[in-house]
Write a protein that binds this ligand. Structure first.
Ligand SMILES: [Zn+2]
Length: 429
């Protein structure tokens, strides 16, 4: 859930922002006021915060006003209230990149393309395999913008990915970085912002460079509201970079029409191929689990649903009393703590819903997917899940087992895509 108590008093924190007026304590004189909603022809009404359209009869309040249900969890927008905004201003130019690592020649080639995109203020899609080192590839482009006093936002759908990214970039850049998500701290103005994609709704013409990471992930994928937010959050004359490990139909269409340039990186940063998932009948699950536990490598098991995952964790703990088993889902309060415990190998097995499908790295991990034919395991989720394995140079291999009751289209497509990327990277399939 996104946080809707973002009451702001400082004028500076309104620059490049767009908020319902009741969320701002003192509204400056020179504020730009936008109607909360606009009446269209016929019965239609459109929300100016998130771009969603409704038949106004379905969104009428008791009083003579209408509201937007689509962006409700970011603070209610009403037709009789205003959105307020102040034009973005420049930042103090700074050369903030202190990262000491080295890009592979493949990463460096993509990095050059991104710098070019910044210079040309164009739109570009980077299709990079899981574990390609996407974060480092965007560093130079980010720094180019900061150097001239511009502003940058990196948006990604998942809170866990935001937190991880913020940790890394705080280490690698000297500039202050705001971290915005529903469970986080209030906004303060910084030249570099890391935010969940939902938070983009709260910005207006703010960014010279907007990077949307994991664009294939729920809830951004083909989500009109968030495409609206991405368009309005950046300046009209700005750069947009999409990063993804699996392409989407919507993005492919934009590439075909020439709106979007596409570059691919088919190699992991350590040069080893992606692990191709093995499809196994579900009845083999326990015997394979026993075999895996003999190796001592940490095991991440994906379960399709929260309730099932919880019960599954409890029953496995009874069957395997020597293992320390944890369970995480979006509803788990101490999720980050459990993830850290698994990383520190205090937990030997971690069971997760798709919440951990992307953005997290566990060295030397093996991955099992239980009931991989379940509809929650989409093609892009399965590609991401498989991508958790083999990321560290000290163990570039590992197990990816999909346990199923019958092969789904998503499973077959995920395996095919992984093999194709390996071929593109010059590996024997
Ligand atoms: Zn709305």
């Amino acid at each position: 859930m996104e946080n809707f108590s973002v009451y702001i008093s400082m004028r500076e924190n309104l620059l490049g922002r767009c908020l319902p007026d009741y969320q701002v304590d003192e509204i400056p004189e020179d504020t730009v006021r936008i109607e909360g909603m606009t009446f269209l022809a016929g019965q239609q009404i459109v929300c100016n915060h998130c771009g969603s359209q409704f038949d106004k009869r379905t969104v009428k309040l008791q009083i003579e006003a209408y509201y937007c249900p689509a962006c409700l969890n970011m603070g209610r927008v009403r037709s009789d209230q205003r959105l307020i905004s102040l034009p973005q201003e420049s930042f103090e130019p700074c050369d903030a990149l202190v990262w000491q690592g080295k890009l592979t020649k493949y990463q460096a080639a993509i990095s050059e393309k991104l710098i070019e995109a910044v210079a040309q203020k164009s739109q570009i899609l980077v299709h990079a395999v899981t574990g390609a080192g996407k974060t480092e590839m965007m560093y130079a482009a980010v720094n180019e913008v900061l150097k001239v006093g511009g502003s940058v936002c990196i948006a990604t759908p998942r809170i866990d990915v935001c937190i991880e990214l913020h940790k890394r970039m705080t280490r690698d850049f000297t500039v202050a970085i705001a971290l915005l998500h529903g469970e986080g701290d209030p906004y303060f103005r910084t030249p570099l912002v890391i935010a969940t994609t939902h938070q983009l709704i709260r910005f207006r013409e703010a960014f010279d460079l907007l990077i949307i990471d994991e664009v294939d992930a729920f809830p951004f994928r083909d989500n009109e509201m968030l495409y609206f937010a991405a368009k309005h959050a950046r300046k009209p004359d700005s750069t947009l970079i999409y990063l993804t490990a699996t392409s989407t139909d919507n993005l492919d269409k934009q590439v075909k029409s020439g709106q979007l340039q596409k570059v691919s990186l088919a190699r992991r940063f350590h040069g080893n191929p992606l692990i191709v998932p093995k499809l196994l009948w579900q009845k083999k699950f326990k015997s394979e689990l026993k075999k895996q536990r003999l190796t001592g490598f940490p095991l991440l098991i994906f379960a399709p649903e929260i309730d099932f995952g919880q019960q599954f964790a409890e029953s496995l703990q009874i069957d395997f009393p020597d293992e320390k088993i944890g369970f995480v889902a979006s509803t788990t309060e101490n999720r980050l703590e459990l993830v850290e415990q698994f990383r520190a190998q205090e937990l030997t097995i971690l069971i997760s819903t798709t919440i951990l499908e992307r953005g997290v790295t566990f060295p030397k991990v093996d991955v099992f997917v239980y009931n991989s034919g379940h509809f929650n395991f989409t093609n892009s989720a399965l590609v991401q899940i498989a991508g958790r394995v083999g990321r560290s140079p000290d163990r570039p291999t590992g197990l990816v087992y999909f346990f199923h009751l019958g092969r789904s289209k998503a499973m077959i497509r995920a395996v095919r895509e992984i093999k194709e990327m390996n071929k593109l990277g010059g590996f024997k399939p």
